[in-house]
Design a protein around this ligand. Structure first.
Ligand code: GTP
Ligand code: MG
Length: 205
């Protein structure tokens, strides 16, 4: 069954948590990447409000399309987007949008990228090819991004090896993370904001 039009989607509304009165800069960030790389997990672990998520049970529409061979516990998938919020400091608030990962929902990405200042490409090093489309779309939109490697198991290729395989230029930061850990997710977001600040400084006389 196709998820669209189904009435089984679980939508959890964000808890209202007041913003600090000192918050002056709101920045829209998208977390994008292939199927089941941990996007919803990362938004949930770093958000200071209960994230809004649009999860639906996996359906037969994904059979033969999405590779779940490495994901024994995966039973639901994002059908629209995740939304969360994190205050990086007293002035800067990030609004986080987690993209859907199933290929049949990739058509939503272009709208999700509108107004985005920067993006995190989250990748599972065991399924590198799933991240190519995300990188391609971000480059097409001219959206600055960093790459965060969510290691589901120890070992695997080093960041340098992954950079080579992705043919990523040296100025694009790459970081290891565990999407389940708040501190790791926060470190990813700080890396992105630092990258955006550096890019802005380079282009401002
Ligand atoms: N072992 C391990 N499991 C993880 C990690 N990150 C996420 N998971 C699990 O991997 C599965 C996929 O995580 P999701 O957060 O739903 O992935 P997603 O990218 O949002 O998936 P889609 O929206 O369907 O594309 C879940 O069962 C998570 O609990 C990790 O760092 N290590
Ligand atoms: Mg998801």
């Amino acid at each position: 069954m196709d998820s669209r039009g189904s009435d089984t989607t679980t939508v959890t509304a964000p808890v209202r948590a007041p913003l600090a009165s000192t918050a002056a800069n709101g920045v829209k960030i998208v977390i994008v990447g292939g199927f089941a790389v941990g996007k919803t997990t990362m938004v949930g672990s770093v958000s200071e409000i209960q994230p809004l998520s649009t999860e639906e049970l996996m359906s037969r529409a994904s059979v033969g399309v999405d590779d779940i061979s490495t994901l024994t516990s995966k039973s639901s998938t994002t059908v629209a987007f995740d939304f969360g919020r994190i205050s990086l400091n007293e002035q800067t608030v990030l609004y986080l949008f987690g993209a859907p990962g199933q290929k049949r929902f990739w058509y939503l990405w272009d709208q999700l990228f509108a107004g985005t200042l920067g993006a995190v490409v989250l990748l599972d090093p065991r399924r590198l090819q799933d991240s190519w489309y995300a990188i391609d779309r971000l480059e097409h939109h001219g959206t600055p991004f960093i790459v965060a490697v969510n290691r589901f198991e120890p070992g695997g290729p080093t960041l340098d090896q992954l950079r080579d395989a992705l043919d990523l230029p040296a100025y694009i930061p790459m970081v290891d993370c565990d999407a389940r850990e708040r501190s790791a997710g926060k470190n990813v977001l700080i890396t992105l904001v630092t990258h955006l600040t550096d890019l802005y400084a380079e282009t401002t006389p």
